[in-house]
Design a protein around this ligand. Structure first.
Ligand SMILES: *Cc1c(COP(=O)(O)O)cnc(C)c1O
Length: 398
């Protein structure tokens, strides 16, 4: 019978090996996937929980890759103590549930992101939080919709997919006068075009998934809160609810952020040119781009967005659904996918995706027909892109 060797002679496979020492440091940010962190002794743990020494304990409560990303996003927004969460919707949810209680009222923009609308319509009322919607391009409509129990206003500065620009100055003045929190989902405009804190916002929200991360490979959200107490409440709620961001996604998003300004500027330049190009094509009934003189909010866009039009362009084909099918089939190299902010150009068709839950009449009321497309313009070489759209629009017009 074989006898086991002395335990001291057996290789230890289960226990972790110490990380190798190095006099040099990595240039790339390390990824730290550890869920738990070991401490030296209970006193050391006390010191950490009481904020006397830095450190981590459990990844749901925070981890280094989230903190590295949060610091970068804070810099972009001019914020302090921003919170990174597992998705843009986790960010929206953390704000609404962290700031509001049963009996409060929340007033939202009437063209919010689809899931934000659903949260307002279906879920908050179930929890005793009343909600209603108003047109954020019209501060008088917002004023009329405020109630004595309104706790928070949620708007997007540039709406999806008609790219309407909110009257941020008017709404911020109302919120200030009435003591209502103003939360701005700034995903479409990004801090490159607008920093909502400079316009009176109390809370800034981003789906980092989109332009900030920029490569359609990480799902993340971000919340910055001006008031420190409210920030702590929202952070605690996010930890309790488990809105934890993945370290790997944080690492990808951080990497994406390094090229954000370059990507944004190039995509925006492309978008402005593509918008004008599309407007000259037979079969295109209308083009929506915030800086074009025919856009309903172009004056406000020029003032509020500092002359930045962004990377989103919407257009409508005269030919309805048949033309829409022909267009996506004629341009298979442009991803037909309901997202935005990727480094490459993507195309979405709201009537069959983001806005399919609305009746045809409700869609028509906001100008979304079967021929309506939204383009998230990427950083491709512009002549190639315009050529592809020329061919696709021509195929749709046949
Ligand atoms: C995509 C998006 C969200 C949701 O973000 P996810 O990361 O997909 O959860 C929220 N608001 C806006 C404006 C968005 O475009």
């Amino acid at each position: 019978m074989n006898r086991s060797p002395d335990p001291a002679d057996r290789p230890e496979l289960v226990r972790r090996t110490a990380w190798p020492d190095s006099a040099s440091r990595p240039v790339g940010t390390p990824i730290q996937p550890s869920v738990v962190y070991a401490s030296e002794c209970p006193d050391a743990l006390d010191a950490q929980y009481e904020g006397r020494t830095p450190g981590y304990t459990y990844a749901r409560e925070g981890h280094p890759n989230a903190d590295v990303l949060a610091a970068k996003l804070d810099g972009l927004e001019g914020a302090e103590g921003g919170i990174v969460l597992g998705s843009g919707m986790a960010a929206v949810t953390a704000v609404l549930l962290g700031a509001c209680s049963a009996g409060d009222h929340v007033l939202g923009g009437d063209q919010l992101y689809g899931r934000s609308l659903r949260l307002m319509r279906e879920d908050l009322p179930r929890l005793g939080i009343a909600t209603s919607l108003a047109d954020p391009t019209d501060a008088a409509a917002f004023s009329a919709a405020l109630r004595p129990e309104t706790r928070l206003v949620l708007i997007e500065t540039v709406s999806n997919p008609t790219l309407r620009v909110a009257d941020l100055a008017g709404i911020a003045a109302l919120c200030l006068a009435r003591g209502v929190l103003l939360a701005v989902d700034s995903t479409f405009s990004t801090p490159r075009a607008l920093r909502p804190f400079e316009h009176g916002a109390d809370i800034v929200i981003h789906s980092v998934t989109k332009l900030l991360a920029g490569h359609s490979d990480a799902t993340l959200g971000y919340v910055a809160v001006r008031d420190a107490d409210l920030r702590a409440r929202i952070r605690a709620l996010a930890v309790t609810m488990g809105f934890t961001p993945s370290p790997f996604d944080c690492w990808l998003a951080e990497r994406g952020l390094y090229s954000f300004a370059l990507r944004y500027d190039r995509a925006e330049e492309n978008a402005a040119r593509l918008a004008d190009h599309l407007a000259g094509q037979p079969g295109v009934a209308r083009v929506l781009y915030p800086l074009r003189p025919d856009h309903p909010d172009h004056n406000r866009a020029a003032a509020l967005l500092c002359g930045r039009g962004g990377n989103m362009v919407s257009f409508e084909l005269a030919g309805g659904r048949a033309a829409a099918n022909a267009l996506t089939r004629a341009a298979p190299q442009i991803a037909f996918a309901p997202t935005l902010g990727d480094i490459g150009t993507t195309l979405s068709h709201p009537a069959s995706s983001s806005h399919r839950g609305l009746s045809a009449e409700a869609r028509a009321a906001i100008g979304i027909t079967e021929g309506f497309f939204r383009v998230s313009v990427g950083v491709e070489e512009i002549d190639r892109l315009m050529g592809e759209f020329t061919a696709a629009v021509a195929a749709a017009a046949r």
